[in-house]
Design a protein around this ligand. Structure first.
Ligand SMILES: O=C(O)CCC(=O)C(=O)O
Ligand SMILES: [Fe+2]
Length: 348
């Protein structure tokens, strides 16, 4: 117990349990009707399955998703190689207050340090964001990915994975639009200048896995998250029906899909962004790779007009995604002295 820096120790009520519940019935959705030419009934069934999973769970797993296992293996291998490098090497591509993308080892969630190292890159290179979170400051900046020259396979694998995973992102976006009774391409336009980010997560073995978390409880702020977890396991989600923390057992080659805050706002709370966290363990290192599917920085996020009326008025005021994201990054970086912006701040 004395071996771990107190910055990592979770408050008693947030510590993980040894014997997490493993849910039997987390939705596992087969996307093959999208890939094989299918009849209208199969597609309608799939849309209904997605709608039910978004409404009742806020997360689900997909198989037959069209992302090649070669590209996944390649990025998993490259990620292992990167994190195995000496710290001085990894720090050559450190994230800092100027560039929020790159390597980082002192991430905090809700002011408690996470037992992990991360490497972030964006799908569009460069990606444009506002410089400041201040509403009146209109200055924009291009952010570029940082790569290590002596590990070219990391860049290659990361760029290839980004290409493939965003295709899955658009497929899911279209299914979600259909499940809300909207046109299939209703949400696509918001992603024309997407600010999507991919994170390589590395959770080293931890001497005190009962006191710490790899990533503390949080909701993802973007539209949709598509996560690849390895076979070690540790992801827990807070089950909507009873608030219990449920361990998501790894399914080989599946991706875990999380409804993010933006879809919660767009759908006016029909679909909810679900709290999740990751446990660590004392023996095994664990790797995961989330793709955060995020719209253009200039997107005005508000409940979709088609889904609100006199009986069901909008539950949120609109907000600018780029400003929201910049405020978040700033509070992550500066910690402790700035509140972490949440969609609840825009609730009417
Ligand atoms: O590693 C995991 O399983 C979850 C990671 C996560 O939630 C995140 O990076 O936002
Ligand atoms: Fe997350």
């Amino acid at each position: 117990m004395g071996e771990v820096d107190p910055a990592f120790i979770q408050a008693l009520e947030h510590r993980p349990k040894n014997d997490s519940i493993e849910a039997e019935n987390i939705p596992l959705i087969d996307l093959s009707p999208l890939i094989n030419a299918s009849n209208a009934d199969d597609l309608a069934r799939l849309v209904a399955e997605i709608g039910n999973a978004c409404e009742n769970w806020g997360f689900f797993q997909v198989i037959n998703h069209g992302v090649s296992s070669e590209s996944r293996e390649k990025i998993e291998l490259a990620s292992k190689k990167f994190f195995a490098l000496p710290k001085e090497e990894k720090k050559k591509v450190s994230r800092d207050e100027v560039n929020p993308f790159g390597y980082y080892e002192t991430e905090h969630t809700k002011n408690v340090r996470d037992w992990k190292e991360v490497f972030d890159y964006t799908v569009q290179n460069p990606t444009v964001f506002p410089v400041s979170h201040e509403p009146d400051d209109k200055e924009l900046k291009e952010f570029f990915n940082q790569w290590l020259h002596n590990l070219p396979e990391l860049r290659e694998a990361c760029e290839e994975h980004a290409e493939e995973i965003q295709k899955l992102g658009f497929k899911l976006l279209e299914l979600i639009a259909l499940s809300l009774g909207l046109r299939k391409d209703r949400l696509n336009g918001y992603f024309k200048d997407q600010t999507s980010r991919i994170r390589l997560n590395y959770y080293p073995p931890c001497p005190a896995p009962n006191l710490t978390l790899g990533v503390g409880r949080h909701k993802d702020g973007g539209a949709l998250t598509i996560l690849a977890q390895d076979d070690v396991g540790g992801l827990e989600v807070k089950r909507k029906s009873d608030g219990e923390w449920i361990l998501v057992k790894p399914t080989p080659d599946a991706y875990i899909i999380n409804v993010g805050d933006i879809i919660q706002v767009w759908s006016n709370d029909k679909y909810e962004s679900i709290e999740h966290r990751a446990k660590v363990n004392s023996e095994k290192e664990r790797f995961s790779i989330p793709f955060f599917f995020n719209p253009a920085h200039y997107t005005w996020v508000e409940p979709l007009k088609e889904l609100i009326n006199e009986q069901t008025p909008a539950k949120y005021k609109g907000y600018n995604w780029g400003k929201f994201r910049t405020a978040r990054t700033r509070s992550n970086f500066k910690k402790l002295d700035v509140v972490n912006l949440q969609i609840s701040h825009f609730r009417i």
